[in-house]
Write a protein that binds this ligand. Structure first.
Ligand code: UD1
Length: 416
């Protein structure tokens, strides 16, 4: 297990460029096997979640090559549809995308229940119900699933919750089904648009991605395509929050501002000196920070994945901030670690209250999940003295070159 060691209190200055979006890449890679030829994916982030998916594709006998530009070339014509073992499935939540992709292509998938960060119970009932609506039968044996269909037929599906994973997985299963599938109450996250565009680039017929109603007309064949992963809005938001916490002047390049509107509004509300342009944001040292309230919502609301990161910034606002976490029921573990650093925090069910301004002091803390870890990096950069973040491997799952990027703007951070 790696540790991140941060000597805090340094003022950061310079530029950071955002990498490709983890949550897009982890869907685009499994979906390569839906293609009947080969795909090239550009701007794929070099993170351990991507490595884990590549390993599963290799286990299925796909051919994968990565060039120096970070482009991933995947050919699926040699694929053998084998069971995905427990160890591989448990490495990450997004292994569930192999369910939809293998079902869509081969009408059969066998794998274990997916893993992922401990931020809630993380059921997959909506995915499975969607597959059943398309004609699949599901057999569960402990943690193992067998999902198969003689024929997949388009259907009208209503999602009880606008789940990102279920929306994408149902698109995968429906893209080659006969007839038309409608997903009502679909998730609208930018990653869903990125995935739908990719499938359309292969010849799929998907419309409405980015709205609550997605229509998929099944096609029999998907051809080669070149496709680019969108910039990671969560990584971008993390560096913007770092800029707000401890920079003289930090420029974050390669962002899509409309993906970050909810965060930008909150940062402005907190009195953060941020200027947003076409594809970048500049954060200049702010005056006194004001407290704020954040309620996590589906896109375009405030992203749950940035809630734990902004929590660390809230320790520096003068007054009490409130977080209402509505998506995941176990997403305040980071706050117990912040407390060890001196933060004044109260947790009450779905709500947390953070009172500032507090001087944070470096100590040994533990990354309980990916975004909790990112929040602790913000705290470590702010804190006086040395912060040691244990279990830092979780952070490396989602942040390409985080040490190099932060060192490049003057942070004293090392990975051990
Ligand atoms: C994705 C993101 C994750 C983000 C989350 C919410 C990826 C790889 N991960 O996760 O970073 O935090 O969206 O923006 O893209 N739910 C059910 N049944 C289901 C599926 C989900 O009840 O079958 C519930 C979950 O328990 C949770 C909510 O729906 O309360 C949101 O889940 P979902 O949008 O599916 O999240 P993920 O796709 O897993």
């Amino acid at each position: 297990m790696h540790k991140l060691i941060i000597n805090g209190g340094k003022k950061l200055e310079g530029e950071i460029t955002v990498s490709g979006a983890k949550n897009s890449a982890v869907a685009l890679i499994p979906a390569a096997l839906l293609c009947d030829e080969s795909v090239t994916l550009a701007n794929v982030p070099n993170i351990s979640d991507v490595d884990a998916l590549e390993d599963i594709l290799r286990h299925l006998n796909a051919k994968i090559e990565r060039n120096d530009n970070g482009e991933l070339h995947i050919s699926s014509d040699t694929i053998v549809n084998k069971k995905i073992d427990k160890k591989s499935a448990k490495r990450l939540r997004a292994s569930y995308y192999f369910m939809g992709a293998l079902l869509g292509k081969y009408k059969k998938c066998e794998m274990c229940f997916p893993g992922g960060c401990s931020i809630g119970t993380r059921p997959i009932d909506l995915h499975l119900k969607g597959f059943e609506s398309l004609g699949a039968t599901i057999t569960e044996d402990g943690e193992n699933f067998k999902i198969e269909a003689d024929e997949l037929k388009g259907a009208k599906i209503y999602l009880d919750f606008a789940s990102v994973g279920a929306t994408i997985n149902i698109m995968f299963a429906a893209v080659k089904a006969t007839g038309t599938t409608i997903i009502n109450n679909a998730a609208k996250e930018p990653e869903i648009v990125n995935v739908a565009t990719y499938l359309n680039n292969m010849g799929a017929k998907i419309s409405g991605a980015g709205t609550k109603k997605i229509k998929i007309e099944g096609v029999p064949y998907l051809h080669s395509c070149f496709h680019e992963v969108i910039p990671d809005r969560i990584e971008a938001g993390t560096y913007e929050i770092i800029g707000a916490a401890c920079s003289d002047r930090l420029k974050i390049n390669g962002i899509i501002p409309e993906h970050l509107e909810a965060l930008h509004n909150k940062l402005k509300e907190m009195n953060v000196n941020i200027t947003v342009e076409d594809d970048n944001a500049v954060i200049v040292e702010s005056g006194d920070l004001k407290p704020t309230n954040v309620t996590t919502e589906v896109y375009p609301g405030f992203a749950t994945d940035l809630q734990q990161v902004i929590a660390s910034l809230m320790t520096q606002a003068n007054g009490e901030s409130e977080i209402h976490e509505t998506i995941w029921e176990n997403r305040f573990q980071n706050l117990y670690e912040l407390k060890k650093m001196g933060a004044k925090v109260k947790i009450d069910g779905e709500r947390a209250y953070i009172k500032g301004k507090t001087k944070l002091t470096g100590t040994e803390i533990y990354a309980t999940d990916l975004r909790a870890g990112a929040g602790l990096v913000v705290a470590g950069l702010l804190a006086e003295g040395t912060t040691v973040i244990d279990n830092a491997d979780l952070i490396l799952r989602g942040y390409e070159g985080i040490v190099e990027k932060l060192r490049g703007v003057g942070a004293d951070i090392t990975l051990e």
